[in-house]
Structure formats: C-alpha cells, structure tokens
Design a protein around this ligand. Structure first.
Ligand SMILES: C[S@@+](CC[C@H](N)C(=O)[O-])C[C@H]1O[C@@H](n2cnc3c(N)ncnc32)[C@H](O)[C@@H]1O
Length: 215
C-alpha cells in the first residue's frame, strides 16, 4: 500500500477528519529505515529501533494509532513489547497488528497446531526466515496480559477480481488464510493524556526525495 493510501486508512482508524499529524515509523534494519525515509520523510519521522527494546523515546499515551505490519512474530519478547505498545497508546486509540496466520504456520511447519516455537525456513537466495509461531489463544493471552482487548479480527482473503487476472494465485489464499490482523484497544482504566504532537518537529526530517502519493 502506498503512503497516501496507508495514511487514508490510518486517518479512518484514528477518526481524524483533517490531515493526520506526522507519524513515527521504526524498524531495526538500517536498510529498511533508509528506504522508508526516502519514501515517507515528509509524512513521518523514521527511526531505527529494535522492538525488543523499550520505547524510551516515546511518552506515555503519546500515539493515537500503533501499527505493526508483519513484525511482531519476529520479536523475541512479546510479553515485554506489548505492554510498551500499550503504554504509548492513548486510551481510545487503536493498535493494529498483522501477523502470520496460526493455521498457515501450522500447515507450513507441521507438528501440533498448539505448538509454540521458533520456526526456521529456507527461502530461495539462501535466506533463512526465522519467526515465532503459536496458536490463536496464545496471541490472545499475550494481548490481554498487556492490558489490551481485541475489537476485531480480519482473516485476509484475496479480492474476487483476482480470479480474472491471477486465477491460479487466487485459489490458495481464498481457502487457506495466510495472514491475520487484530485491532486492539487499551482496556478501560488507563490514563488519558493527549498526544504530544511536538515531539518530532518537521525540522528533524533529513532532506529526501518527495514522498510518493499513489500506491
Ligand atoms: C515482513 S517485513 C515488514 C516490513 C513493513 N512493516 C511492511 O509492512 O512493509 C518485517 C520487518 O520487521 C523488521 N523487524 C524484525 N524484527 C524486528 C524487531 N525486533 N524490531 C523492529 N523491527 C523488526 C524487519 O527488519 C523487517 O523490516
């Protein structure tokens, strides 16, 4: 999804009518940080951060939306990471997490559906893909122990229009979910300070190429 479309979706989630304030993006990889800065500099402050470490640069309740797109299953200590995400989320805000679908991991890795363990796969190009697999109830248990409640789950399915142009590729994801997304909110009782939009002034942006506006 391109920058503008992603922001339109985020604006809907956050309930904003106008433009979103600049966001903050993070990845542990220097290459991903560089690419994201090239594409998004005017829209977001991008920083290098390992999610296994505390978000020391982010204040309590300072974000309206926290989006983790296909990253949580790579972290080592979700029991520490999730409460950090809950801490920086304002009450009424939303955390959106997409991850590998537990049944897809089970079908790929084998064993019991209820196994919870690190998986190593060999990908073409001599790449090793390492991630954490666990059953759905374990994801829920980690969310709730971090003070988060699940509003909604999406099990992604391909658009029907794909049958016209990519009928072969359509078949598998139409019957076997590959990914799952959770929308979470902080359970009541958390403090509600307003987000501090001045934390990352635009002047911190490095000179960069103009952000792409279409997907
Ligand atoms: C499948 S890619 C998703 C990239 C991006 N979120 C997207 O949706 O296009 C996984 C990303 O997670 C990052 N990652 C893995 N472990 C991480 C960690 N502990 N902290 C921060 N980023 C991590 C990797 O560097 C990689 O860029």
């Amino acid at each position: 999804m391109g920058g503008a479309r992603k922001r339109a979706v985020l604006r809907g989630w956050a309930g904003y009518r106008g433009e979103l304030p600049p966001g903050v993006g993070a990845d542990q990889s220097a290459d991903m940080v560089r690419l994201a800065r090239e594409r998004l500099c005017s829209l977001a402050h991008i920083r290098r951060h390992d999610l296994d470490e505390p978000l020391t640069w982010a204040g309590d309740a300072s974000f309206d939306i926290v989006l983790l797109a296909l990253v949580l299953h790579y972290t080592h200590d979700r029991v520490r990471t999730l409460p950090e995400l809950a801490r920086v989320l304002r009450p009424g805000g939303r955390i959106i997490i997409s991850t590998s679908h537990p049944t897809a991991d089970w079908l790929t890795d084998g064993g019991s559906y209820f196994d919870a363990r690190h998986v190593e796969e060999s990908w073409s190009g001599c790449m090793t893909h390492r991630y954490w697999r666990q059953p759905l109830e374990a994801w829920f248990a980690e969310f709730t122990s971090a003070g988060l409640a699940v509003d909604r789950i999406i099990e992604h399915q391909p658009a029907h229009s794909m049958t016209r142009h990519h009928p072969t590729e359509y078949e598998k994801p139409a019957h076997q979910p590959g990914f799952i997304a959770f929308q979470l909110h902080k359970q009541p009782g958390a403090p509600d300070p307003r987000p501090d939009q001045s934390r990352f002034p635009a002047s911190e942006c490095r000179p960069c190429k103009p952000a792409r506006r279409s997907s």
